[in-house]
Design a protein around this ligand. Structure first.
Ligand SMILES: Cc1cc2nc3c(=O)[nH]c(=O)nc-3n(C[C@H](O)[C@H](O)[C@H](O)COP(=O)(O)O)c2cc1C
Length: 304
């Protein structure tokens, strides 16, 4: 049996997650082949303020920068494909989106079971919808997904992610806690490999997502999904507004990109705490909708 893992990562987090999930699979003698998804032009890391925000319009509009042709040699007979990446701007990161749109990758995934992994701050739900849509268009058999995230409160992880992505400081310092997924959560992700191995051995993935969810694979926080839904819509408007002044890194759009960056901090620091109060004040009315959305997001993997 063979598993092909395609991943993109800047800091190594998405690869570490994939290796942990695959650990029981590899220990059982299944061959696991790791292949990096490589952008034609590497993205900067750590990020400068403007480079970081310049990326939003094309990320949100699913117009990713090109990747090098993925290498499928030696994995043509893979029994399972794992795609490991991260959220960028409430969307799949550009390299993951580029892979999902790549014609050869689509042909490779067609008819094959696919599991996706996401190591993000805490906003993965809208990107998840895009991933399932792209996998359905590719004709892949989407059988499960796993999300690992920063478990600090939303506002706290905002400060730690800035420190991590802009200054490459991942460890706790001063008042700022550790950023990203903790090492212990990454190593605990090996528990997801057990149902994965069982499904592989039986060539039956029909109950995999349920078993992963039972093990805590999807950290569903309804308020954050609400914030994401609103944010995703707003980012879409901002993306179109910015692109009217030009494409990636066009100098002419810098003012709009800068205004967008102010909007993001305003939305996270001011608007979302107010929304939190209003959200829980009307929580009882929201319960039926929350249940419906949660069921759809967790178990409807084939939706276009
Ligand atoms: C440009 C950019 C945008 C990001 N946007 C989000 C986001 O919308 N939601 C989220 O939870 N995390 C977001 N993150 C954090 C990433 O999902 C991820 O956790 C982090 O970049 C580390 O991933 P990696 O080292 O595996 O590439 C963003 C990171 C970058 C670089």
């Amino acid at each position: 049996m063979k598993v092909a893992v395609f991943y993109f990562t800047q800091t190594g987090q998405a690869l570490a997650i994939a290796k942990s999930v695959c650990q029981p699979v590899e220990a059982a003698g299944v061959e696991v082949v790791y292949r990096a998804i490589e952008p034609v032009t590497p993205f900067p890391y750590p990020w400068s303020y403007m480079d970081f925000f310049q990326l939003m319009p094309e990320t949100r509009l699913y117009m990713p920068a090109p990747i090098k042709e993925p290498d499928f040699s030696g994995v043509e007979d893979a029994d399972l494909v794992i795609l490991s990446g991260q959220s960028w701007y409430l969307s799949p990161s550009q390299p993951i989106e580029a892979f999902l749109q790549n014609e050869r990758a689509r042909a490779f995934m067609k008819g094959r079971p696919v599991v996706t992994l996401n190591g993000c701050r805490n906003m993965w739900a809208m990107g998840q919808k895009e991933i399932r849509k792209q996998l359905a268009l590719a004709g892949a058999h989407y059988v499960g997904y796993i999300v690992l995230q920063d478990e600090h409160p939303n506002l706290v992880s905002l400060f730690s992610i800035v420190s991590w992505l802009f200054y490459d400081k991942k460890d706790a310092h001063g008042l700022i806690p550790h950023a990203g997924v903790t090492d212990s959560n990454i190593s605990a992700a090996s528990r997801f490999g057990t149902p994965l191995l069982k499904a592989l051995k039986n060539a039956d993935f029909s109950n995999l997502q349920q078993e992963l969810v039972d093990l805590g694979s999807v950290p569903y926080r309804s308020f954050l999904v609400f914030v994401e839904t609103v944010g995703h819509r707003m980012f879409g408007k901002w993306a179109k507004f910015c692109r009217k002044k030009g494409g990636p890194n066009a100098q002419e759009r810098s003012t709009r990109i800068f205004l967008f960056s102010l909007y993001v901090f305003f939305a996270l620091l001011v608007a979302s705490p107010i929304a939190l109060v209003l959200y829980y004040a009307t929580y009882l009315l929201r319960i039926p909708g929350i249940k419906r959305k949660k069921k759809d997001l967790l178990f409807n993997l084939a939706d276009k």
